[in-house]
Design a protein around this ligand. Structure first.
Ligand code: 8Y4
Length: 264
């Protein structure tokens, strides 16, 4: 999954300035680099970020979506707002990636009637304060328990489980030890054998593990993490969310060749 960031304040080092042309250029490059799906997000979820209004989110997203729908590329929309979900699905998006795991009132209903894919992510707290003092007694059990509860919430509104992807939400209300523990026990987070999505590309945990590397110096660490995720999942379905699509694909291709295991 290639990341297309439509936030003006992205801290991943490739933040776009809000221009549709820039976003399209970036998206095209990721597609040509071999992404299987592109994830478009207009609301910043960086630690400390404030929410944006519905209108602002639509204004950032819809012009890009309008242009991209002709490309016939599978598009995922990173949003928690039911209105954004409905608008994006009406414009041909095939997946909703929700860091709130459809907990906003109306979100479950907004996606239930469609047949889109859904990524349900764990987050403790809200972006504004989630990194203040993340706290767990049993991080694996709590994250897995949350994901299991959201799978049931989906089931209750008639969402077929085949539509779901689950995500531990690296960096979302987690300190380094929490993130590392989740990563080490990745397969333990699985619920009903549903595929996992892992998003650690260029994140702070990669910086922390490499002695404080800055965002633009985290490629090697991110690739190592992608390979470890593939290894841990041992053939179970996995989606890697990444900025550096070509490099990530190459790393996984070499992993696959040298292990004789398939990229799932
Ligand atoms: C550098 C680069 C530092 C990126 C931080 C970041 C996830 C996600 C994000 C994730 C799913 C981000 C929207 C945060 N992360 N969605 N979204 N899973 N499903 N931070 O891990 O990329 S945004």
């Amino acid at each position: 999954m290639g990341i297309v960031n439509l936030t003006p304040d992205s801290f991943s080092g490739d933040g776009l300035t809000g221009s549709v042309a820039d976003a399209l250029f970036h998206a095209r490059a990721e597609w040509e680099a071999g992404a299987d799906i592109l994830d478009l997000g207009a609301e910043s979820t960086r630690p400390g970020a404030a929410p944006i209004s519905l209108q602002e989110e639509l204004d950032r997203l819809l012009p890009v979506l309008e242009k991209m729908r002709d490309w016939e590329i599978p598009l995922s929309i990173d949003s928690s707002k039911p209105e954004v979900m409905r608008a994006a699905l009406a414009m041909g998006a095939c997946m909703i990636n929700d860091i709130n795991a459809l907990r906003v009132p109306g979100a479950l209903e907004a996606v239930a009637a469609s047949d889109c894919g859904l990524c349900l992510m764990h987050m403790q707290g809200k972006p504004r304060d989630m990194q203040r003092d993340p706290c767990y007694k049993d991080v694996i059990g709590e994250v897995r328990g949350f994901l299991a509860e959201r799978v049931l919430a989906c089931q209750d509104v008639g969402i077929a489980p085949e539509r779901l992807l689950l995500d531990p939400g690296f960096g979302f209300g987690k300190n380094l030890l929490h993130n590392v523990t989740l990563f080490r026990y990745l397969p333990k987070l699985m619920v009903n054998d549903l595929p996992l999505l892992v998003g650690v590309c260029r994140k702070r945990m990669i910086g922390e593990l490499t002695g404080g590397r800055e965002v633009d110096e985290r490629l090697s660490g991110s690739l190592a993490a992608a390979v470890v995720a593939a290894e841990k999942m041992n053939g179970q379905a996995l989606v890697i969310r990444a900025h550096d699509v070509r490099a990530t694909k190459d790393a996984l291709t070499v992993w696959s060749a040298l292990t004789g295991r398939e990229k799932s």
